[in-house]
Design a protein around this ligand. Structure first.
Ligand code: TPP
Ligand code: SF4
Length: 306
């Protein structure tokens, strides 16, 4: 707890495997999350990265922000590519073609690539028990192609394909619970994290990548462009998502739930919603509905963690 909201730069590794100079928007929480995650990874790592913002902003030919072996994968097959790399490394070591250097494999994708089109490949890889870490950077829509709703878009958010208007409140379904889906595969490690709690995020990434077998980490990533929020509020918004219970931080280690922070009292969701233009149309009734749902979901996690 004592480390959660204190930022002390000297305690963070200085190396920047995700180099500055990429083309992410100002205040991009997803780029911050990737940067922190990469700092927590070992140096002998191979990354399989789906199409999406983080691939597009970091790899415009002839430049790259990746100071580590990195493969651009299709939107739909990131976990399958990671599985193939992991199996190939094992097979080459077994056949004596390459020494076993303990290279780790990490898959990275957005919420669209994870909760929608890549979920089949993800489920397959988790079920087969590949030794890899999958990280979903969840900015709650298909941001790279113009803010279309995904199944991880929260209820009531206005996006270009779930626009709010006279006849619609925006997104009509509740956010898909991908960490729960990953956990249902009985894998050794599942966690949620936020770029606004950097030490917690880095500890979880280090743990997930070291864990033998599949690990899944779902990272809340503020997107000022898609959330219609001020770029200088991204870190505050990430904290508010956690403090309101909208995005609880927890771990599931070998089936055992553990809350990462004690929250004696949840802040009102309105504190979080009002800073974002995508929720600006919501009525008091809808906000009450969201508040109720957030508390219910938070209580469920809390109960599991007891
Ligand atoms: C099969 C397929 N369909 C659509 C696209 C177009 N496409 C590229 S990136 C993207 C959105 C990515 O959204 P997400 O995974 O949430 O990542 P973000 O850009 O938000 O970080 C889409 C629809 C594609 N590359 N491949
Ligand atoms: S659209 Fe959003 S996620 Fe994509 S680079 Fe810009 S701020 Fe980051």
């Amino acid at each position: 707890m004592q480390n959660y909201n204190v930022y002390a730069s000297r305690l963070v590794p200085k190396r920047e495997p995700f180099a500055p100079g990429h083309r992410a928007c100002i205040g991009c929480g997803e780029a911050l999350a990737v940067r922190l995650a990469c700092k927590a990874l070992p140096q002998n790592v191979i990354i399989a990265n789906a199409t999406g913002c983080m691939e597009v902003v970091s790899s415009q030919f002839p430049m790259t922000a990746w100071r580590m072996p990195w493969i651009h994968t299709l939107f739909e097959n990131t976990a399958a590519v990671a599985s193939g790399v992991e199996s190939a490394l094992k097979a080459m070591a077994r056949k004596g073609k390459r020494p076993d250097t303990g290279t780790k494999v990490v898959a990275m994708a957005g919420d669209g690539g994870t909760s929608d089109i890549g979920i089949q490949a993800l489920s397959g890889a988790l079920e087969r028990g590949h030794d890899f870490l999958y990280i979903c950077f969840d900015n709650e829509a298909y941001m790279n192609t113009g803010i279309q709703r995904s199944s991880a878009t929260p209820f009531g958010a206005s996006t270009t394909t779930s626009p709010a208007g006279k006849m619609s409140i925006g997104q009509k379904t509740w956010k898909k619970n991908v960490p729960a889906i990953a956990a249902a595969h009985d894998i050794p490690y599942v966690a949620t994290a936020s770029h606004s709690y950097p030490f917690d995020l880095m500890a979880k990434v280090a743990k997930g990548v070291a864990m033998p077998g599949p690990a899944y980490i779902h990272i809340n990533s503020v997107c000022p462009t898609g959330w219609r929020s001020a770029p200088d509020l991204s870190v505050r918004l990430g904290r508010l998502a956690v403090q309101t219970g909208v995005f609880p931080l927890y771990e599931i280690e070998n089936g055992k739930y553990k809350l990462s922070m004690e929250l004696p009292e949840l802040k009102p969701v309105q504190d979080y919603l009002k800073l974002q233009g995508r929720f600006r149309h919501l009525s008091e009734d809808t906000i009450r509905e969201i508040q109720q749902r957030v508390v219910e979901e938070y209580e469920k996690i809390k109960e599991k963690a007891q």
